[in-house]
Unconditional design. Structure first.
Length: 197
């Protein structure tokens, strides 16, 4: 019995000593946290305000308009007015070369053929999309039973898509015929057949 009381007293003493140690640590930790917070507030009061950073959105670009030269009243009879002589838009090299370019040159023919082939390729892509949509509409499930029954008997959606497909096929055939006509024009003008490629 005596041993039990001694053990119980010892356990009680250990428990009290363990409880008092963390309390002391918390009070010292609490003081450090409070001190750090006070110090941060003081530094914030003393710290300079951040400088404003200007971006493109803040600054509008300065538009400089060239003033038109004043027209003089003493223009020679054959010369154009000064305002017309000084153009504000510079001529691009494409415009300058387009004016002087021979319509039967190799460059001109290659450009015509490339443009026509691009039109054909674009039309064929559109046809492909229309055909996929028509296939999808053919097996379409409608959650609305009235619309499903209506489509089952009238097939309006499918018929509209098929009509668009036929129109696109005609357009492609016309574009291909124009390409063939362009080849005939190239041969008639005496150009090289390789320009069509």
């Amino acid at each position: 019995m005596r041993l039990t009381r001694t053990l119980a007293a010892l356990a009680f003493a250990l428990t009290l000593s363990c409880l008092s140690t963390p309390a002391q640590d918390q009070s010292s930790t609490g003081d450090r946290v409070a001190d750090a917070a006070r110090k941060a507030r003081e530094e914030k009061k003393v710290a300079p305000k951040p400088k404003k950073v200007f971006t493109d959105d803040d600054v509008a670009p300065k538009r400089t308009e060239t003033p038109a030269p004043a027209a003089t009243s003493a223009n020679p009879a054959g010369s154009p007015p000064v305002a017309e002589a000084t153009s504000t838009k510079p001529l691009t090299s494409a415009k300058m070369s387009g004016e002087n370019e021979n319509p039967n040159s190799e460059k001109a023919w290659r450009k015509r053929f490339a443009d026509q082939r691009k039109k054909i390729a674009d039309a064929e892509l559109e046809l492909d999309v229309l055909q996929r949509e028509a296939q999808k509409a053919d097996i379409q499930y409608y959650s609305d039973p009235q619309k499903a029954m209506k489509e089952q008997f009238t097939r309006n959606e499918i018929n509209e898509k098929n009509a668009k497909i036929e129109e696109k096929k005609k357009q492609i055939a016309d574009l291909k015929q124009k390409l063939s006509d362009l080849e005939d024009q190239l041969r008639a003008s005496g150009g090289d057949a390789g320009w069509a490629r």
